[in-house]
Design a protein around this ligand. Structure first.
Ligand SMILES: Cc1cc2nc3c(=O)[nH]c(=O)nc-3n(C[C@H](O)[C@H](O)[C@H](O)COP(=O)(O)O)c2cc1C
Length: 298
């Protein structure tokens, strides 16, 4: 495929937590369907499937998505078959690149148990903690509602999976304090950022259409600022993302301080191979390698 050939002429490799990734692109959790894995081959430096939970979840009733100007609001509700079925099917995600596994629970104990379970499997290269879900023991506030909550859950996961690279995925709200707390509790990297809480309304029916998370190009400037601020605060690497749609967007996130860049909503409308090819064009024009871009703002 022409775009993939273009992508191989420049040095796209990056280092993340002791791993060498062939490209800095990683799918954002929940946006890469198993059926689309064919398109993903050779494009992503690692694979990151949808978040898994202790037990199977049916997800939320429809409507689950609404289009918005330059974005979408989704409320999928972490639909997944539960960790045991997920692990049985993990080989389906083996494209010869590292597999990162995203986990979420309703309690700190859930998170720690999930980490222990998936860390025990050699096929799992790293664990991403989806901290945007509600903590039922704290009145439904999310696990990244504040530094104390972040510290508690990341610390428990660190203890449960002492040697597996651990990424804490944060939202933009309070991101600097939360990033500091996650790093202090032992996170090896930070994913910045998840969707932004949002709401769409059907005015005719006078009802809420979708209450969920906003993603897509509309969130990109917010995500860039979050990555930039966090990069100036912590030492650990950042997996940046939020609204990445083009190769230049990838470069912008790396310049802001990301080592790896996650592609989510854009993969519903574009072949991610094109995004990688555009990023390669950017590098060629700039006469540099991907690894040199992180934080290289002038
Ligand atoms: C349909 C959909 C499903 C998602 N599912 C998850 C998920 O299971 N776990 C998670 O951590 N993030 C999930 N996200 C958030 C994305 O991983 C990503 O952080 C967010 O969409 C921002 O990136 P984007 O603008 O490139 O999509 C989901 C996003 C979308 C659009």
């Amino acid at each position: 495929m022409v775009v993939r050939e273009r992508a191989t002429e420049v040095d796209l490799t990056v280092e993340l937590c002791g791993m060498t990734l062939n490209t800095p692109l990683v799918p954002a959790s929940g946006t890469l369907a198993k059926e689309a894995l064919g398109e993903a081959e050779g494009v992503y430096g690692a694979i990151l499937p949808k978040t898994t939970t202790p037990r199977a979840r049916a997800g939320n009733p429809p409507p689950r998505v609404a289009e918005t100007p330059a974005g979408m609001v989704n409320s999928i509700g972490l639909q997944n078959p539960g960790v045991e079925r997920f692990m049985e099917d993990l080989d389906a995600f083996d494209l010869g690149v590292p597999i990162f596994v995203s986990v979420a629970g309703e309690t700190v104990r859930d998170f720690a148990d999930l980490c222990e379970r998936v860390a025990g499997d050699d096929r799992v290269a790293a664990i991403e903690l989806n901290l945007s879900c509600p903590n039922v023991e704290h009145g439904g506030l999310t696990f990244c509602a504040g530094p104390a909550a972040v510290e508690e859950v990341v610390g428990a996961c660190r203890a449960a999976a002492p040697t597996k690279p651990l990424f804490a995925k944060l939202t933009h709200e309070g991101v600097v304090g939360n990033a500091r707390a996650a790093e202090g509790a032992g996170a090896d990297a930070l994913t910045v950022m998840n969707t932004i809480p949002a709401l769409t309304i059907d005015a005719k029916k006078r009802s809420i259409l979708v209450r969920g998370g906003l993603s897509g190009p509309a969130v990109k400037p917010v995500a860039l600022k979050a990555v930039y601020d966090v990069a100036r605060t912590v030492e650990v690497p950042i997996l940046g993302g939020g609204g990445v749609t083009s190769g230049v967007d990838v470069a912008e996130f790396m310049l802001a301080g990301a080592t790896v860049v996650q592609v989510g909503t854009a993969s519903f409308v574009r072949d991610p191979a094109e995004i990688l090819a555009e990023f390669s064009d950017y590098l060629r024009e700039a006469g540099t390698a991907a690894a040199n871009l992180t934080g290289a703002l002038e």
